[in-house]
Design a binder for this molecule. Structure first.
Ligand code: AMP
Length: 351
């Protein structure tokens, strides 16, 4: 084993599941997270309670860990770069930089030859009006940074939709206008690369969102084999271009002709990959730990068809029903307060 202690920036459910996978391989984990008793710290060896960019906390994390990773893509790039001066940081800070801004992300994907929606940078109302005119009245306006689960977005469906005040309504911050993609379904692929450059991909999942939040991931996705192969090939190109180490999640729209349009990439384990813990021998969480620790990647083959469903807010009350079902793996995140829209856990049913 090359690493003994793994630092994880971010203390949510993804950090929790990474810490659990790490423990099974005898690694220690240290969580950097400002909120005490966060989901990840409940199952980790130690928590450093501090802001993600606190220099003293970062120095402490670097000196206590053999490798540092993260569970969310809005870790300040400056913090990741500071850490990278004294400890290995995986995935590389460059991946964070690419994924944090929807404009640089799309430019990067296009440079890799991975198609995206057409787009315009929008820094004023005039930019928005020009962009909407270019796209014939249809488009999706998004904040460039810090948007997630459909937050910070506005959809224009025709030239009859007024764009008045549209720029200011999203907070006078840098925006991107994307052309409207007439997709048939949404899929994602989870793939991993280790420091030697070996790459393994899981089967693509078919995802359904509700109110902007992932509701279900179904395997197998209803896809032509060529489309599934194209998703894996795009993942391989992206991982190689970034000299990436760890797991990545890439979301795509599938067009009626089977063509793929990349929507976004997350330089971390991904909600649409939670099914892997029930339907694969090696979950995305263990795969990420193996990758960042320099271990051989595991076999991502799927041994069953399955559906993963998120438990959001009050869905937590349905846990007794899920527990009474056969072939359902219930995974809860240790959150005490069930606020609307809050991810409380997930269930994966083998079909
Ligand atoms: P995002 O925050 O980019 O994942 O977008 C949230 C959801 O909005 C996606 O899952 C799609 O259902 C929808 N959406 C986002 N961008 C577009 C687009 N350019 N065209 C059509 N639908 C979109």
């Amino acid at each position: 084993m090359t690493a003994r202690t793994i630092g994880i920036i971010g203390g949510g459910q993804l950090g929790r599941m990474l810490a659990m996978a790490a423990a099974r391989l005898n690694f220690q984990t240290i969580i950097l997270e400002p909120q005490a008793d966060c989901p990840a710290a409940q199952v980790a060896n130690r928590q450093i309670i501090a802001a993600y960019d606190d220099p003293a906390a970062l120095a402490e994390l670097a000196s206590a860990c053999d490798v540092v990773t993260y569970e969310f893509e809005n870790v300040p790039v400056s913090a990741a770069e500071l850490l990278a001066r004294s400890v290995a940081v995986y995935p590389p800070p460059k991946a964070l930089e690419m994924a944090q801004d929807r404009l640089t992300e799309k430019q990067f994907l296009n440079e890799c030859g991975v198609p995206t929606a057409r787009f315009h940078a929008v820094d004023s109302q005039a930019d928005l009006d020009a962009g909407i005119a270019d796209f014939g009245g249809q488009g999706v306006l998004k904040t460039r940074r810090l948007g997630y689960d459909g937050k910070g977005q506005r959809v224009y469906r025709s030239l009859a939709d007024s764009t008045e005040g549209g720029y200011a309504a999203l907070g006078n911050v840098p925006l991107i206008l994307e052309s409207f993609v007439p997709f048939e379904r949404e899929i994602s692929i989870i793939a991993a690369r280790n420091p030697e450059g070996s790459i393994r991909s899981y089967d693509p999942a078919e995802n359904v969102h509700r109110a902007g939040i992932l509701h279900t991931s179904t395997l197998p996705a209803n896809l032509w084999p060529d489309t599934a192969a194209a998703a894996a090939s795009a993942a391989e190109t992206i991982l190689t271009a970034l000299d990436y180490v760890g797991v990545i999640g890439i979301e795509f729209f599938v067009l009626p002709d089977g063509g793929l349009i990349a929507n976004e990439m997350a330089p971390r384990v991904h909600n649409s990959g939670h099914w892997t813990e029930a339907a694969c021998v090696i979950s995305q969480f263990e795969q990420h730990i193996r990758a960042v620790a320099g271990l051989p990647l595991g076999n991502p083959a799927r041994h069953a068809a399955c559906v993963m469903q998120n438990l959001i807010g009050d869905d937590i009350h349905s846990v007794p029903d899920w527990l009474a079902r056969d072939n359902t793996l219930v995974h809860l995140y240790g959150k005490t307060e069930a606020r609307p829209g809050r991810k409380m856990g997930h269930v994966t049913t083998l079909l």
